[in-house]
Design a protein around this ligand. Structure first.
Ligand code: 3HC
Length: 305
């Protein structure tokens, strides 16, 4: 038995992150069954088509054989109308839905009701408190301080993947106040099996990654807002001057401006520190539904969205 002991994995959310996580779990970690669920059938269709495209590219580049691609794809099973009930047999589930605390709390409450009591419950949140999410995984009427409450919340962990998941080599592991050492060890072993290097962070707003990245992106947007430099000059300065693969405005578009704003709001609300206050231009762009690459327009215009 592998250190993570996961034979069946659930992935909730078939957006870019969920699809990428399902893919690396099936292809790299070779988890025998990867159950993928999204309540939006269109999202499932685009997730599967992205997966097929990425596997075909790996075959084309000679990195994997056609047989390996077929095996990986065969391990991914779509869960439809059954929803979370369809995940009842999983050894571990990774939630990768949008950055909303109430949404995540309701999902983790349904995990507590439907999934096996020994299943690990991981969230791919970028900034929301894992401790708050873990508290939601305690069944209704059970005290957080009881043995059952401690066990229920103790199996919750943060497993923060980076976009694009198949390419980025890091997973940030976040321990809630309640997470048990066994849960952490198994989650770390799973991320390692997916081919990722693992760093750990305390459960603070934004963890290490976004507590550092988001003020940087926000500052770049403020430079644009104040007219300090043009969009292209801001991005080129960071790309060529600091060897970043993307400038901060292009990166913000790539992450999604709504996601950047949600993370920044969590950072600001969680710290009350003005250095995290999202700038007005970012708020207005989200108001306009200019959400970056996924919507066809952000700081840049994308013809292929
Ligand atoms: N999915 C999978 N693979 C992708 C991809 C995607 N969406 N986009 C690009 N790739 C792959 C390409 O297929 C290519 O693979 P190959 O070498 O096997 O052919 C490789 O990435 C390089 O792509 P390109 O040659 O087309 O383009 P670039 O060299 O410009 O690289 C990039 C693209 C990897 C996205 C690079 O620009 C980059 O590293 N950008 C920064 C990404 C980053 O910082 N991500 C973290 C965001 S923060 C986050 O996720 C945390 C969250 O909490 C906010």
């Amino acid at each position: 038995m592998l250190a993570h002991g996961i034979k069946t994995l659930g992935v909730l959310g078939a957006g870019q992150m969920g699809t990428g996580i399902a893919l690396v779990a099936a292809l790299r970690a070779k988890i025998p069954r990867v159950l993928l669920h999204d309540r939006d059938p269109a999202q499932i269709r685009s997730g599967l088509s992205l997966m097929d495209k990425l596997l075909a590219k790996d075959v084309g580049k000679g990195r994997i054989t056609e047989g390996e691609a077929k095996d990986a794809r065969g391990r991914v099973v779509v869960i439809g109308e059954e929803g979370v009930k369809g995940l009842r047999d999983v050894d571990m589930v990774v939630e990768a839905v949008s950055e909303s605390l109430p949404l995540k709390q309701s999902i983790f409450a349904s995990f507590a009701a439907e999934l096996r009591p020994d299943a690990i419950l991981a969230s791919n949140t970028s900034s929301i408190s894992i401790t708050k999410i873990a508290a939601a995984a305690i069944p209704q009427g059970v005290s957080a301080a009881s043995a059952e409450g401690i066990k229920s919340a103790g199996r919750v962990v943060g497993l923060h993947f980076f976009n694009p998941v198949p390419v980025m080599k890091l997973v940030e592991l976040i321990s809630a106040l309640q997470t048990t050492p066994e849960t952490l060890d198994r989650a770390r072993a799973f991320a390692g099996a997916c081919g990722k290097e693992v760093t750990t962070s305390k459960d603070v707003p934004g963890f290490v990654s976004n507590a550092l990245l988001m003020p940087f992106i926000n500052e770049a947007i403020m430079c644009l807002e104040k007219g300090t430099a043009t969009r292209d000059d801001i991005d080129t300065t960071l790309k060529l001057g600091m060897n970043h693969p993307m400038g901060p405005l292009q990166l913000a578009d790539f992450i999604g401006l709504d996601t950047c704003l949600a993370i920044q709001q969590t950072l600001y609300d969680g710290t009350r520190d003005s250095k995290y206050r999202p700038c007005v231009l970012l708020e207005r762009m989200v108001d306009a539904r200019w959400l970056g690459k996924k919507s066809g327009r952000g700081f840049y215009v994308y013809d292929d969205a």
